[in-house]
Design a binder for this molecule. Structure first.
Ligand SMILES: [Zn+2]
Length: 444
């Protein structure tokens, strides 16, 4: 039996393998695999990575669906199939990585490989480095509800043009976590694309559609950004402290130290206000979270506080990639917090002709304050538009302007039924000063 860390195919997959369903194919491969699909050689090579996380099946499903047509592209196409072992572990596509493994998307470019997994990553990287790549796309899923979005590490025109072939909601990633995207971004435009929850038909349809756009696209323009987009950045990583036992939903009991709101992922990609309740702890418990910025600096105290029994957010921010599983929280984090929102577009840029004013909806790019003219009654639940909520700043209508996710978060914010936003009460002895920072924000 072979002990090679990486399986290679230089001339595509044979028909008998390509015809198999996903898990049967992975069974036949048995290990990380790199497939080169030869093109006509008219254009530089492109690469797609899938399944670096064993529970994220959408990228592989979509690639197989597209590849089964056996189109010959103008470019060689490299396809990485990552954590095959984790994906095969029963019941299939259930584990990000196995307990005896490392996260396959945190080991790229480390050098001095000591394990089969690191050797496989290094071998893939060496081959990609020799392939004169034009671009690389790494396809993932989320473990909570999120819109489809792409992650970039650089903001050059070609990177933004690559990302917006897939979707125009973008995150800038500067956390330096040894991902494939980071290990290849000096080589070519390199992005990650997040396709929502795995196993959903809409996730797969998005990925198939986006891959076909990518494979049919002309070489990326390097002189200008072709499509409008929204970019979030300033990412903090928010983890549950390792000693804290927790679950999503239910009541606090002897089995756990923290109960997280089961619907937290409804806030993904929406700016949440100070006072949002994330969960519940015992009175006297310290903040059960640990948040770091891109430098590794502890920023927990700037963003989270325990008020009475409530774990609350103390500054506005935009959670992204919020999960709803304990395993994903432990193996990566609870969520990332984006502290930089899409930049406003100023009149100077419009005047200079760099942007086509005809394509811009000015309402989307203003200060995020409430402009009654922008309210689309079809998108906002009228019940949440009661003047009291507007006055107190609970409703931020800019949240969701650039995301078409269902407005579950908006409805929850309007509900104020003991969850949602915590009203700081000066008469409440458990309110240790948060009220001073929870003054109503005027909405203009
Ligand atoms: Zn992933």
């Amino acid at each position: 039996m072979s002990t090679d860390p990486l399986l290679r195919f230089d001339d595509g997959l044979p028909d008998e393998l390509l015809a198999l369903d996903e898990l049967d194919l992975l069974q036949a491969l048995g290990r990380p695999t790199l497939v080169r699909w030869p093109g006509t050689g008219e254009a530089r090579a492109r690469a797609v990575a899938t399944l670096l996380h064993g529970d994220e099946s959408t990228g592989l499903e979509a690639m197989l669906r597209v590849l089964r047509r056996r189109r010959v592209y103008p470019f060689d196409l490299y396809h990485v199939i990552g954590n095959v072992r984790a994906a095969l572990e029963p019941p299939g596509f259930a584990h990000r990585y196995l307990d005896d493994q490392e996260d396959f998307n945190r080991i790229w470019g480390l050098g001095d490989p000591t394990t089969a997994q690191r050797l496989a990553a290094d071998a893939i990287l060496a081959e990609l480095r020799g392939a004169d790549l034009e671009s690389l796309v790494d396809i993932h899923n989320n473990t909570g509800d999120n819109p489809f979005y792409a992650i970039v590490t650089l903001e050059t025109p070609e990177v933004l043009n690559l990302a917006t072939l897939f979707t125009t909601t973008l995150l800038r990633w500067d956390l330096e976590l040894h991902t494939l995207m980071e290990a290849t971004h000096d080589l070519c435009p390199s992005i990650a694309v997040e396709c929502g929850l795995p196993g959903r038909p809409e996730s797969r349809a998005f990925a198939i559609d986006a891959l076909r756009r990518y494979f049919g696209a002309e070489p990326l323009a390097t002189n200008q950004v072709v499509r409008d987009h929204d970019l979030l950045g300033g990412m903090y990583k928010v983890m549950v402290r390792p000693e804290v036992r927790f679950r999503f939903g239910g009541e606090l009991d002897d089995m756990v130290d923290l109960v997280l709101d089961a619907d937290l992922d409804a806030h993904n990609f929406r700016e949440v206000p100070a006072g949002l309740v994330l969960g519940w702890v015992r009175p006297g418990a310290a903040v059960p979270l640990h948040a770091i910025d891109s430098e590794g600096t502890d920023v927990t105290d700037e963003h989270f506080e325990v008020v009475g029994q409530h774990l609350v957010v103390t500054a506005p921010g935009t959670p992204v990639m919020m999960t709803r599983t304990v395993e994903a929280t432990r193996k990566d984090c609870l969520f990332y917090l984006a502290t930089e929102r899409p930049a406003p577009i100023d009149a100077e840029q419009l005047d200079s002709g760099r942007l086509d004013s005809g394509s811009l909806d000015p309402g989307r790019f203003d200060s995020g304050r409430l402009d009654p003219g922008r309210l689309d009654p079809g998108r906002l639940d009228p019940g949440s538009l009661d003047p009291e909520h507007l006055d107190s700043g609970h409703l931020d209508p800019s949240a969701g302007d650039w995301s078409d996710a269902p407005s579950r978060a908006g409805r929850r914010l309007g509900a104020l039924d003991g969850t949602g936003v915590l009203d700081a009460d000066p008469a409440d002895p458990g309110d240790n000063g948060l009220s001073a920072r929870l003054q109503p924000r005027p909405l203009r």
